[in-house]
Design a protein around this ligand. Structure first.
Ligand SMILES: [Zn+2]
Ligand SMILES: [Zn+2]
Length: 338
């Protein structure tokens, strides 16, 4: 089979790889229905995270179970399943309180931009849909593997409540699905920080009520102006830079919450400023597995359509163009079909 391999900055190749096989009795083999490029794939793609050797890519996946190991009982061949980028046993103390992305036995699934993938800890990791979905539902189901689960965690960690005023920092796919999540959780007002017209349009479709194109100090001033000088109740930080994190904390009202899911690159917090900010901070790699049953239900019943974030669909053999389009911001998110 052929799959995506990153060799160096802006050098993704589609090349021959070994077909994955069952290694442990707890593994499952999935034939991928759709996979995609993640915003976080762009960090190594741009050379910001060093690439030390040719590295298979891809951590968002859904598809049909092809084979299961002898210890796998929760799913069976022929079922359509979705899992997180962190395989988890869904059983240890950290999993039991809903932090499967801190599972004591977690394993990263990092080679899903391929026709077939091996998923460890299949019993805990994979969740089957009620039936094999129709083709038009697959993009939305695919988002549950990471980007939608991460947007949902951002909103959950930011403690979004019915009627709340929410601000979202970042208009990438996660930020946009953070808007959708906040709307679904009943937010009264959703302010998105965005400068890109196509992204603003999708944000409004997902439930944004206000757009703030400013950045830094000016953005904070605008959020304060829009909230009677107080700040937002809940702020979703979906970028991971020093500027975006500072902007998120400063846009939050005293007693409010920041949910941060942007993978930090060079973020440092000033203890004294944090002390006087009086905000709750909660974030990290999203425990996507916790949300899968609920989010599958919402997609299955047509309540949400997060698959709209894919504005480019390519055959998997054009994966390099998929990365390029996102790198150059010509696409919000690329879906790949094997
Ligand atoms: Zn991802
Ligand atoms: Zn666990």
């Amino acid at each position: 089979m052929r799959g995506a391999v990153l060799y160096g900055p802006r050098d993704v190749r589609f090349e021959e790889r070994e077909v994955p096989k069952i290694i442990k009795p707890t593994d499952a083999i999935i034939r991928i229905s759709a996979t995609c490029v993640c915003g976080s794939d762009l960090w190594p793609y741009r050379g910001i995270n060093p690439i030390l050797q040719p590295t298979p890519m891809g951590h968002e996946y859904c598809g049909i179970v092809e084979e299961v190991g002898s210890a796998v009982t929760s799913i069976k061949p022929g079922q359509f399943v979705i899992g997180s980028f962190f395989a988890s046993d869904n059983n240890c103390p950290n999993c039991q309180i809903g932090y499967q992305s801190s599972c004591q036995h977690k394993e990263f699934v990092g080679d899903a931009q391929a026709p077939v993938v091996r998923i460890p800890l299949a019993n805990g990791t994979l969740v089957a849909t009620p039936d094999v979905p129709s083709a038009d539902m697959i993009p939305s189901l695919l988002t549950l593997s990471d980007v939608m689960g991460t947007g949902w965690f951002a909103a959950d960690a930011a403690n979004v409540k019915p009627g709340a005023t929410v601000a979202v920092v970042g208009d990438g796919a996660v930020g946009l699905l953070g808007v959708l999540s906040a709307k679904q959780m009943g937010a009264g007002r959703i302010i998105v920080m965005s400068r890109h017209e196509s992204r603003q349009k999708l944000a409004r479709e997902f439930g944004a009520t206000d757009i703030v194109p400013e950045r830094g100090d000016e953005a904070v001033t605008r959020i304060k102006d829009l909230t009677a000088g107080i700040g937002a109740d809940s702020v979703l930080e979906c970028v991971g830079t020093q500027e975006s994190m500072a902007q998120a904390i400063r846009s939050t009202r005293p007693g409010g919450s920041v949910g941060y899911v942007g993978v930090p690159h060079g973020v440092e917090l000033n203890g004294e400023k944090l002390f006087y900010a009086h905000v709750h901070l909660h974030g990290g790699p999203a425990p996507v597995r916790r949300y899968l049953p609920e989010l599958i239900d919402l997609v299955w019943n047509g309540k949400i359509n997060p698959g709209k974030v894919f504005d480019l669909t390519l055959p998997l053999d054009q994966v390099a163009e998929g990365y390029r389009a996102m790198d150059e911001r010509r696409a919000i998110k690329t879906l790949l079909r094997p």
